[in-house]
Design a protein around this ligand. Structure first.
Ligand code: GLN
Length: 485
């Protein structure tokens, strides 16, 4: 097996057995990124110098007797995690040239576990999108079909891992941005419970929904990364001070007695029937492992997209007001006065989708509309949360599709943003409620990957990883690589 084909777990044993050093592995992946990534556009920045120095120090720590599972493991970060002295762009022109003065907590935690950062990954501008086409640095291509989107907004993370440029990456999920690109590229991706992973140093899109998490080739690698990323952070006021589970230990629990719920609302109009069949096939496999299944209902699901597309833009319009040409990144040429500086820096610095969200959000928060839209959306949010709380009184896990459709053609939904918003139907409820969700590979339709989503009660990331891992012991969808990569 070539080095680039190894999972994080296999890399850990290769390093421990001295089959190769972290430096050799890093050099080989850097060379592969250089030759392969031009087809995909998954990296915004390759941090060669940083990677080689981190690899060297990982090799030294191993030589001194340390043996951590992530010591020397190559990864890359979505380009909205602040990385000290490295461009942190959010894939926006407005952050051109912005080098963060500090590391995000997630970046810091992974670095101290010994990971080697190969670079910063492309994404939708400010994480707004489901196709990774809104990046100032150009669209990302899906390695399963270079004429199709990889999903978004963590599309660079997904494409790079799926194409075996890196074994795993960080992503963030505000309405599906880890799970949806994982589904469209045959990866396992986990959005943790809101508050489980620190948001400090993660540039905010919609603060009450954003959550960082891992994308990798299997559940075991996601567990390895989550163990290092998660935990209480006093610097993030929404971080939850609750002990971390042992996610690796959770993987091996037998599934006998697991109660699965299938929401009847998931299988209505809008779902590609071939994806629905894959969901049912996963359920059959889990039944063989001892799970039981029943139909449940999430009656307010139909209101989730409208509520999300009020709340997320409202929060974004407030969060993005700091980018005004004064303190960070891009500033327009020759402003005539302060107002001109603000207007032109923002007008020239933000892309079309970001401007659309700022306008929608500002409208929803303005006097007179706040009650009609924003408050209403928050009330719906509570109903959606209550639906999950009620469902989890009856079942341990909810299963459904991650996306209603397969990866679509680049440009296909550009003229109609609402059709792209509808792709989030299965993922955004977890963000609105704050519960954890995972997408895992479940087969192929027309040569394109299909993801199945697992949802669990608050702080049950271990259960999600356990079920996905057990499923991955009896199936091999997750091991399939795109042809040519
Ligand atoms: N597609 C959704 C949006 O555009 C979710 C994006 C995300 O999770 N960051 O808002």
């Amino acid at each position: 097996m070539s080095m680039h084909e190894l999972t994080l777990r296999q890399i850990a044993s290769g390093l421990a057995n001295k089959d190769f050093s972290a430096t050799e592995l890093t050099q080989s992946l850097l060379a592969r990124i250089q030759t392969v990534d031009p087809q995909l556009n998954s990296f915004i920045t390759v941090t060669e110098e940083l990677a080689l120095s981190q690899a060297k120090s990982a090799d030294e720590r191993r030589a001194a007797g340390e043996n951590g599972a992530l010591l020397g493991a190559p990864i890359a970060h979505k380009d909205l995690f602040c990385t000290q002295n490295v461009l942190t762009s959010c894939a926006s022109k407005i952050l051109s040239g912005f080098k963060a003065p500090y590391n995000a907590t997630v970046v810091e935690k992974l670095a101290s576990a010994g990971t080697v950062t190969l670079g910063k990954l492309n994404m939708d501008e400010f994480a707004m999108g489901s196709a990774n086409e809104s990046s100032h640095y150009g669209a990302v291509k899906n390695p399963w079909d270079l004429t199709r989107v990889p999903g978004g907004s963590s599309g660079g993370s997904a494409a790079a891992v799926a194409a075996r440029l890196i074994p795993a990456a960080t992503g963030t999920d505000t309405g599906g941005s880890i799970r949806q690109p994982a589904a469209l590229t045959n990866l396992t991706g986990l959005k943790p419970t809101y508050g489980r992973v620190s948001r400090w140093g993660m540039i905010a899109y919609a603060s009450s929904l954003d959550q960082g998490g891992p994308l990798a080739r299997n559940a075991e690698d996601c567990a390895l990364l989550l163990q290092a990323m998660a935990g209480f952070d006093p610097k993030d006021s929404t971080s939850v001070d609750q002990p971390l589970d042992d996610y690796l230990a959770a993987l091996d629990k037998p599934l006998a007695g697991l109660r699965i719920g299938l929401p009847k609302e998931y299988f209505g109009a809008g779902l590609d029937a071939r994806i629905g069949e894959k969901v049912l096939a996963v359920v059959e496999e889990l039944k063989k492992l001892g799970a039981t299944v029943k139909e449940i209902s999430l009656p307010n699901m139909q209101h989730a997209i409208p509520a999300y597309y009020v709340i997320a833009p409202a929060e974004a319009s407030s969060n993005l007001s700091r980018f005004d040409g004064v303190r960070f990144g891009y500033r327009c040429e020759n402003p005539v006065n302060l107002e001109d500086l603000y207007k032109r820096s923002r007008g020239e610095g933000f892309g079309a989708e970001v401007k659309r969200r700022i306008m929608v959000g500002t409208y929803a928060l303005s006097a007179g509309y706040y009650d009609a839209y924003y408050i209403k959306a928050q009330q719906i949010r509570r109903l959606i949360k209550n639906d999950f709380v009620a469902a989890f009184n009856e079942v341990d896990l909810i299963i459904g599709p991650t996306t209603p459709n397969l990866a679509w053609k680049l440009g296909e939904k550009n003229a109609d943003p609402v059709s792209a918003y509808l792709e989030d139907i299965y993922t955004i409820t977890a963000n609105l409620a704050g519960i954890p969700g995972l997408s895992m590979p479940a087969g192929f339709v027309d040569g394109l990957p299909v993801g199945v989503q697992l949802l669990a009660p608050y702080f049950q990331e271990g259960r999600l990883l356990n079920v996905a891992h057990q499923y991955q012991q009896v199936t091999d969808w997750h091991t399939q690589a795109p042809t040519g990569f």
